[in-house]
Design a protein around this ligand. Structure first.
Ligand code: FAD
Length: 365
């Protein structure tokens, strides 16, 4: 467990570091395999759920009546094709290819997409936390300004006394995937904090590289009709720039939304009628805030592709000034943290007093 705000050292232009204080929020710091293991254990506790391992969904089967899904065809663990009847298919395969292939096969339209080209390249590896690790932080985030290229580095603690270290570049900057190059890239970050921490640390695995070209939001909520019995979900609906760590949180919020909708619908005579449109409509509202929170700093990069709001400069200035107010005022720091971590709606920042204070700071910048 880390005390968000206190245990993470945030370094960004103007704040080296941002004031570290306990804002009363705890976060679990763990590896992706551990998160997935914990979720799987929870799912296994439901006796009405059967997990089928080593299967690959191949395609969705259209109902004879048209405009509906009635089954999926899959390749099972023995490598054989199998058809599984379904009232509702939640298509959470990440890319959305099953949904797009199905819509194409029945001649229905694919939704409009909003994209922000961010061209992020990551290199990530794991280190043993050295005995002489700094005592004043458990993790560190170092950012540069977009005008300076926007290199960044993130160190986060993992179970087993390890650090996961990610270096990132944008728009053609690619952190190397071999140790010497990785360290050299860390050395070129805006501050020496990360390089100093990992320079002599024991590296525990290979360096993995990952490229993320664009955040993509698919506007399923704008479609006039959608096949009954099919629900694209999570990244299939909206892929967020991973830098901001929002995708899993939004997918979890969508799962709660679906649970609520299904509970309400289950009492009706037709449990599935209108489910997709209700889901898309509410999911769109849910996606709005994290999408905008990420779009604003992404569009600050001169090379980012996407539609820029006319008042982008004012919004960026406001956001920067808000950080200065948060640095001074622990209550605002906490509120900003809660909004950025999707614990509170963005409207929680629409407080007239706060807006006045932020505008006053912005005017002096
Ligand atoms: C580098 C990186 C870092 C990230 N960091 C964070 C973070 O810190 N916090 C956060 O909240 N989010 C983060 N995200 C985003 C997060 O991982 C995703 O938003 C989230 O996992 C989306 O969940 P999903 O279920 O929609 O898709 P996925 O997690 O991609 O899951 C899709 C699953 O479907 C399986 N699959 C695909 N096709 C088929 C098929 N045909 N048949 C059977 N199975 C199939 C895949 O193997 C996969 O297991 C990060 C993403 C990346 C890439």
């Amino acid at each position: 467990m880390i005390r968000a705000g206190l245990d993470l050292r945030l370094e960004r232009p103007g704040f080296d570091p941002f004031p570290q204080r306990d804002v009363g929020l705890l976060a679990c710091a763990m590896s992706r395999p551990l998160i997935e293991f914990a979720v799987r254990r929870r799912v296994e506790q439901h006796t009405n759920i059967t997990i089928r391992e080593h299967c690959r969904a191949r395609d969705l089967v259209a109902a004879r009546r048209g405009g509906a899904v009635c089954a999926i065809r899959l390749e099972n663990d023995a490598g054989r094709s199998e058809t599984l009847a379904a009232d509702l298919v939640v298509a959470a395969s990440g890319r959305g290819s099953l949904t797009s292939a199905f819509l194409e096969s029945i001649g229905w339209p694919w939704p409009d997409e909003t994209m922000i080209g961010v061209d992020v390249t990551y290199a990530t590896t794991v280190f043993a936390v050295p005995d002489e690790a700094p005592a004043d932080w458990m993790g560190v985030l170092t950012f540069d300004s977009p005008d300076a290229g926007g290199r960044s580095g993130i160190v986060l603690p993992l179970e087993g006394n390890r650090w996961i270290v990610t270096l990132a570049g944008r728009h053609g900057e690619k952190p190397p995937d071999e140790r010497d190059g990785f360290l050299a890239y860390a050395q070129q970050l805006r501050t020496p904090t990360i390089y100093n921490a990992i320079e002599d640390a024991e590296q525990l695995g290979k360096i993995a590289r990952f490229g993320f070209p664009a955040s993509t939001r698919r506007h399923f909520e704008q479609l006039e009709e959608f096949p009954r019995g099919l629900l694209p979900f999570g990244d299939s609906v909206c892929r967020f720039n991973p830098v901001y760590g929002q995708g899993m949180s939004v997918a979890a919020q969508e799962a709660r939304l679906l649970h609520r909708l299904l509970q309400g619908w289950a009492n009706g005579s037709d449990a599935l009628a209108g489910l997709a449109s209700a889901f898309f409509s509410e999911a769109s509202t849910l996606i709005e805030a994290p999408w905008e929170l990420a779009a604003l700093p992404d569009l600050a990069y001169p090379a980012a592709r996407g539609e820029r709001p006319e008042d982008l400069e004012q919004r960026l200035a406001f956001s920067e000034a808000l950080n200065y107010v948060a640095a001074e005022d622990p209550a605002v720091h906490k509120l900003l943290f809660e909004v950025l971590h999707l614990l509170k709606p963005r409207s929680a920042l629409d407080n007239p007093d706060l807006i006045e204070r932020v505008k006053a700071v912005a005017a002096q910048m």
